[in-house]
Write a protein that binds this ligand. Structure first.
Ligand code: ADP
Ligand code: MG
Length: 476
């Protein structure tokens, strides 16, 4: 079995300094860049995206398992999105107390009532995992969450293998450099968007990137835009406010923004309450959902990505509803589920509360939020749970087993941060893409992966939140 023994490397400070300089230059040379916090909406000043100096060891079996289950996750998300009864039941307690989910749900219901909007469905998702270490020191792949909206870093992660291979070669680790798998999510994401655009069937129509107010991570999106332009597919970048001002639907519900017909809306924004800075943003979301453009994701699929739906899917017997007579698929999916527990009012929820308060360090308390930094651990978990446990407010959260992944030593390269060795943990994401027209699935693929690594000190937070860094698996 291949080995990764970096101990000698890690303590050779002169070499580390030299490799770190090369790594940053190579990242910049290749375009693994982000805008800066100070100038988030200008490309006059950019920096390298935070990344690890070395790749991180990931057991090959777990890596292949995550890739292999991805098409089933695609199917699951797609099937759940079409099951309005299920979504209604799963989210009924949450939407009573969580205003944001309730607003999204209202749009979903309105679209349902109007009879749906579009037969072309485009899904670009990313399923995230950590390796849970068992008592006997073996580890198993456990899903953290599935992102059905604005799953990022498919662009930048298409280039990072080159940097890590270079670093390992320079460090005299040629053999190990060959253990870093190729990766090109950007190509897969673009292929799926292109397919949906083609099905829409108008050469003049564009792919609308619905972008954030603050666009630090624009280069990640530019990869996909470039891939689309290579196919002569026009793209537009607009914010909710732009769509509110210049968007409209014609009689046939075709969406026009700033005079251009839109074939596909690709949401890279809209997953957090603060993304909707005014009522007009909500009006714009509704207009896009009603339109004939393919939405990535549509409102139904967006809701499938909530933590509450994840928790309900993990209940015994629920996966079988979506995969009748497919025992193997059910087993494959279920094998990646961590323990998830309801906080609905009633005896089951009471039991979850008692369990969490008795042993808080074993659990994570999760609200229905995306984007990192929202989960509660340890003393915060106790405090919040004690506050909400007697009222329906608790149903805004779900409880999850805390995954404790093995930690490894690495250097995290980040602008303005000192070059120092850190104890780190990794999270593996797998990109999935699918396209459906009516009942016919025309594409269902695994499109690549993303490894993110952070210092073990942080229990939460992604790359955009300034905590995690981009990384690559070194398959062992
Ligand atoms: P978000 O939608 O904000 O990204 P996540 O469910 O991905 O929410 O949680 C954010 C981060 O918190 C993850 O990237 C991971 O580092 C950590 N985390 C989430 N769930 C768990 C868990 N069950 N065990 C350990 N860490 C977790
Ligand atoms: Mg996450």
């Amino acid at each position: 079995m291949a080995q990764w023994r970096p101990d000698e490397l890690m303590t050779d400070t002169a070499l580390i300094k030299q490799l770190a300089d090369v790594a940053k230059d190579e990242a910049l040379r290749q375009g693994i860049v982000m805008r800066t916090k100070e100038n988030p909406n200008s490309s006059e000043l950019v920096t390298y995206a935070p990344f690890t100096l070395f790749p991180s060891p990931v057991p090959k079996a777990a890596f292949l398992q995550a890739l292999a289950v991805q098409t089933h996750y695609n199917t699951l998300v797609d099937r759940v999105s079409q099951d309005a009864d299920f979504l209604q039941k799963a989210l009924s307690s949450t939407i009573k107390v969580d205003d944001f989910t309730a607003r999204l749900f209202k749009i979903h219901q309105q679209i349902q009532k109007e009879g749906g909007s579009q037969s072309i469905v485009l899904g670009l998702n990313r399923s995230d995992y950590m390796l849970d270490q068992n008592e006997n020191k073996t580890s198993s792949l456990k899903q953290i969450e599935i992102n059905t909206i604005a799953a990022s870093f498919g662009g930048l992660s298409s280039l990072t293998p080159g940097v890590h291979r270079l670093i390992l070669r320079m460090a005299g680790r040629l053999e190990e450099s060959r253990l870093i798998p190729d990766n090109n999510p950007a190509a897969g994401l673009a292929r799926a968007i292109a397919k949906a655009w083609e099905l829409y069937g108008s050469e003049r129509a564009a792919v609308l990137f619905l972008v954030e107010e603050v666009q630090t991570n624009i280069f990640d999106q530019r990869f996909i835009e470039s891939e689309l332009w290579k196919r002569d597919i026009p793209t537009l970048r607009k914010r909710f406010g732009d769509v509110a001002k210049t968007g409209s639907l014609d009689q046939d519900k075709r969406l026009f923004v700033d005079g251009t017909e839109v074939a596909v809306v690709y949401f890279r924004n809209g997953y957090m309450p603060q993304n909707y800075i005014s009522e007009q943003c909500w009006d714009a979301r509704l207009m896009m959902e009603r339109s004939l453009a393919a939405k990535c994701p549509d409102i139904h699929t967006h809701l499938v990505g909530t933590k509450k739906v994840q928790q309900v899917l993990a209940k015994p017997g629920v996966l079988e509803r979506f995969f009748p007579d497919q025992t193997q698929v059910v087993e494959q999916l279920r094998a990646t589920f961590a323990g998830l527990y309801t906080l609905d009012m009633g005896p089951d929820g009471d039991q979850s509360v008692a369990m969490a308060l008795a042993d808080p360090d074993r659990f994570v308390l999760k609200p229905q939020r995306e984007g990192g930094g929202n989960n509660l651990y340890g003393s915060e978990l106790i405090q919040v749970l004690n506050r909400v446990k007697g009222s329906s407010e608790r149903t805004a959260y779900v409880l999850m087993d805390k995954i404790v992944p093995p930690s490894v030593q690495n250097y995290l390269l980040r602008r303005d941060a000192p070059l120092e060795i850190s104890s780190c943990v990794s999270e593996l994401g797998v990109f999935g893409v699918y396209v459906r027209r009516g009942t016919e699935t025309l594409m269902n693929e695994c499109a690549g992966h993303l490894l993110r690594t952070k210092s073990s000190e942080h229990s939460d937070g992604g790359v955009a939140a300034g905590v995690a860094t981009l990384d690559n698996p070194l398959l062992v």
